[in-house]
Ligand binder design. Structure first.
Ligand SMILES: [Cu+2]
Length: 117
């Protein structure tokens, strides 16, 4: 009986270790589209939560009737997407905080941010 309790205790501890172990995020991936919403060009989603030091993959698709771009100055990213095209980029955030992304072709285009944790 004592051995059964010991066995259950060990299994419980292993289970708890597995469940409560810190989650390690080594990769993040997102799909963004540029669209026209209420007459304004927008990248959606506007906020991407990513993890410092992880490889972030972003697939960009331009669904609007104009050419648009995607740029993140801090990470050296600048892409131009002709109408109806898709590009996949990868980046690796190295510092925590909010990093702005925007369309380099249209200052009025609503961009967004990467929240690096
Ligand atoms: Cu644009």
């Amino acid at each position: 009986m004592r051995q059964t309790h010991l066995f259950i205790g060990i299994i419980g501890m292993l289970f708890a270790t597995f469940i409560f172990a810190p989650q390690v995020h080594s990769a993040d991936s997102f799909t963004l589209t540029t669209e026209v919403v209420e007459g304004k060009n927008v990248w959606l989603p506007a906020t991407l939560t990513v993890h410092k030091g992880s490889d972030v993959t972003i697939t960009l698709t331009n669904l609007s009737p104009k050419e648009h771009g995607f740029a993140v100055d801090e990470l050296g990213v600048k892409e131009i997407l002709p109408i109806g095209t898709t590009k996949t980029i990868t980046l690796k955030p190295t510092a925590s905080g909010a990093v702005k992304y925007y369309c380099p072709l249209h200052p009025s285009h609503i961009g967004g941010q990467l929240l690096v944790q």
